[in-house]
Design a protein around this ligand. Structure first.
Ligand code: NDP
Length: 240
């Protein structure tokens, strides 16, 4: 049976690696994005993976988009809630808008990506929910009160969904990447990036493919008893 996967933010960065890996594993994959039409078109042309544009922060748009994906490529068995943003500022300078933008995209956006798919997973007695959280949700981070709050919230979402979905054959797990070499991290000034790498025992950034391989495991039949877990993928950057 060919299973179908939806990857939010799946045409760029970590999400792109996840989409490519799941396709290589034999899944039918759909990838969403927010606004980068050029990148999405190039990605579809190269991979054959269909891309869909909607704002994950908008529930109605998510529900309509998911209905369209399911009509075009089939019921979604695996959802990877990956889309995310940063709006960093020290707390005393963080604006309510910066707080709201990150909550709406990274936390409400995760709800919006899963909620319309959940009833179908329950009916079909199979589902894999995989949320891309962050090491900074586990340990907090200077100038990321908003981001850390959402990424910690993601862990609460999967632990709760795991308990609700277990009897229906649905698992929900989170991956907490450390620093991964994507545009999000390469946008950090080089000096800061070098300092970050210095704090990673592996002395390197992670690769998006290293996250994608964990997603492929969690999506697989083999991972049926892995439920409510958090997998840290961070080059031994321990935080407790
Ligand atoms: P990128 O900035 O490279 O890509 C983000 C993706 O999310 C893009 O596809 C973007 O679409 C999409 N997106 C952003 N906002 C929205 C929105 N409102 N609606 C729909 N799609 C949206 O990010 P990364 O690949 O670096 O990060 C992916 C995930 O991994 C995020 O959740 C991030 O927090 C998490 N993470 C990343 C780490 C890292 O080191 N990079 C470390 C830990 C966690 P578009 O292309 O149209 O802009």
């Amino acid at each position: 049976m060919t299973r179908t996967a939806l990857v939010t933010g799946g045409s760029r960065g970590i999400g792109e690696a996840i989409s490519r890996k799941l396709k290589a594993e034999g899944y039918t994959v759909a990838a969403t994005y927010a606004g980068n039409d050029e990148k999405a078109a190039a990605f579809t042309a190269e991979t054959g993976i269909k891309t869909y544009k909607w704002n994950v922060a908008d529930y109605e748009a998510s529900a309509a988009g998911i209905a369209q994906v399911e009509a075009e490529i089939g019921s979604i068995d695996i959802v990877v809630a990956n889309a995310g943003i940063t709006r960093d500022a020290p707390f005393h300078k963080m604006t309510p808008q910066q707080w709201k933008d990150v909550i709406d995209t990274n936390l409400t956006g995760v709800f919006n990506a899963i909620h319309p798919i959940w009833p179908g997973m329950r009916e079909r007695k199979f589902g894999r929910v995989i949320v891309i959280s962050s090491i900074n949700g586990q340990k907090g981070q200077f100038a990321q009160v908003n981001y850390a709050a959402t990424k910690a919230g993601d862990l609460g979402i999967v632990k709760s969904l795991a308990q609700e979905g277990a009897r229906a054959g649905i698992t929900a797990n989170a991956i907490c990447p450390g620093y991964i070499a994507t545009e999000m991290v390469m946008a950090v000034p080089e000096k800061v990036r070098e300092a970050i790498i210095g704090q990673i025992p592996a002395k390197r950034l992670g690769e998006p493919e290293e996250i994608a391989r964990c997603v492929a495991f969690l999506a697989s039949e083999d991972a049926g008893f892995v439920n409510g877990s958090t997998i840290s993928v961070n080059g031994a950057q321990f935080f407790v």
